[in-house]
Design a protein around this ligand. Structure first.
Ligand code: PMP
Length: 431
């Protein structure tokens, strides 16, 4: 049996500290919403590999599709020899994306790469340089994606200079007092102070901020952003990397607002645990880039495409859009009931869209001072008790749930009970 301490020592010696791990767990195997470590301990997985496992660990249908693809071919590079699963996946995504206009899809590998490509396409289409993103946004760790990211430590610290022509506006945050009107006014101010509106290629937004704290962009705000983009001739890019593929009860979170974005960046749960990302967009925009301008050796890997096709089948067959609503109600119900108890006064806010649910921990409900250390303690205690769960938020004080949508109500209840116990103990310890 592998000894955990020696594994951690080997990790510390062989892997740089800049890559941090939320728990001390080493995985041995996993199935649906459960994971077992190398010591044989069972965990319920509320992190889903950061929103990658909406269809759970190793869904049987996904595994079967992957196995079949492994027997045919695993790599050709689409730029050298094309393959049908890529085309079929693009066709399906083009139909699933909101809006009636004809669409095209390019497949890539990581979320950050999808963001990079979305910006390249927006610039090529518009002939304009600038991109506006939001405070608290997370768009990835490559240089352009980092420039767009709206949180300095730990993501951006020490990595500049970043690509220029990136501007940030405050994300509307109901809990921390940024109204949609203030957010829109700040964008208008950018046009006065920093960048000509005619030079803006795109505005990029997560319909629900993931790393930023599960902040939901008000639907009316999304519609106003759409109007603003139309007025200045900029594209609206939805970063659906964390929100996509049924997490919020819709295939894409932006559908809740009825807004049709010009480009959608996708990744994570698209391929159920295999590295795959993409950009879906209006065909005329996607075709703005000349042949050879887009690509990537591994981009749209055939094994990942096979997995993604199966994921889309599972979302449909297992009615995961409805399931996300039900699961979300179950999770929100439990967290809200906790928040109603005097002993859980540290829960300042419970919020969510579909099964993208979080609770924000505070030192004081009046001042709303973030309880970042408390959140960290909860994560540690939860792991000790058999629950994998992680934080998010500008202050790291938000506990977020991204449990597989295929999890049973019983397993989710079991996980919520552990979370409740972990928070209860952490609050007592913090006194
Ligand atoms: N955008 C969003 C909204 C994300 O949540 C993430 C990853 N957490 C990314 C982009 C970057 O994705 P990746 O880590 O695959 O590059």
């Amino acid at each position: 049996m592998a000894d955990l301490l020696s594994l951690q020592a080997r990790r510390a010696k062989a892997v740089p500290r800049g890559l941090s791990t939320a728990t001390t767990i080493f995985a041995a195997r996993a199935q649906n919403a459960e994971l077992w470590d190398m010591q044989g301990r069972r965990y319920i997985d509320f992190a889903g590999g950061i929103s990658v496992l909406n269809t759970g660990h190793r869904h049987l249908k996904v595994m079967a599709a992957v196995e079949a693809q492994l027997k045919a071919y695993t790599h050709t590079c689409f730029q050298v020899v094309a393959y049908e699963p890529y085309v079929r996946l693009a066709e399906r995504l083009n139909v699933l994306a909101p809006g009636d206009a004809p669409k095209k899809t390019i497949l890539l590998t990581t979320g950050a790469e999808a963001i990079e490509n979305a910006v390249k396409i927006a610039r090529a289409h518009s002939g304009r340089p600038a991109v506006i993103s939001f405070s608290g946004a997370f768009h990835g760790r490559t240089m352009m994606a980092l420039a767009l990211t709206g949180k300095v430590a730990p993501y951006k610290t020490g990595f500049g200079p970043f690509p220029t022509e990136v501007f940030h506006a405050p994300f509307p945050d109901g809990y921390r007092g940024v109204t949609p009107a203030q957010s829109l006014a700040a964008i208008e101010m950018l046009f006065k102070s920093s960048i000509d509106a005619d030079d803006v290629a795109a505005i990029i937004i997560e319909p629900v901020q993931g790393e930023g704290g599960f902040n939901i962009a008000p639907f009316e705000f999304m519609r106003e952003l759409r109007e603003l983009c139309d007025r200045i001739g900029a594209l609206l890019i939805a970063d659906e990397i964390q929100t996509g593929f049924a997490r919020t009860g819709k295939m894409f979170a932006i559908e809740h607002s009825g807004v049709v974005p010009d480009l959608i960046a996708i990744a994570k749960s698209l391929a159920g645990g295999f590295p795959l990302s993409g950009v879906i967009g209006r065909a005329n925009i996607m075709d703005a880039v000349a042949p050879g301008g887009l690509g990537g050796t591994y981009a749209g890997n055939p094994v990942a495409c096979a997995a993604a096709l199966a994921v889309l089948d599972v979302i449909d067959e297992e009615r995961l859009l409805e399931r996300a609503q039900k699961l979300g109600a179950q999770i929100r119900g439990h967290l809200s009931a906790m928040a109603g108890q005097a002993r859980f006064a540290s829960i300042g806010d419970v919020r969510g869209l579909g099964a993208m649910v979080a609770m924000e921990l505070v030192k004081d409900r009046e001042t709303r001072e973030p309880a970042s250390d408390l959140a960290k303690t909860v994560v540690g205690k939860a792991a000790e008790k058999g629950l994998i769960i992680i934080t998010c938020g500008m202050y790291g004080n938000v506990i977020r749930v991204m449990v597989p949508l295929t999890a049973s109500a019983e397993v989710v209840d079991e996980g919520l009970a552990i979370l409740e116990a972990a928070l209860g103990e952490a609050i007592i310890d913090s006194r």
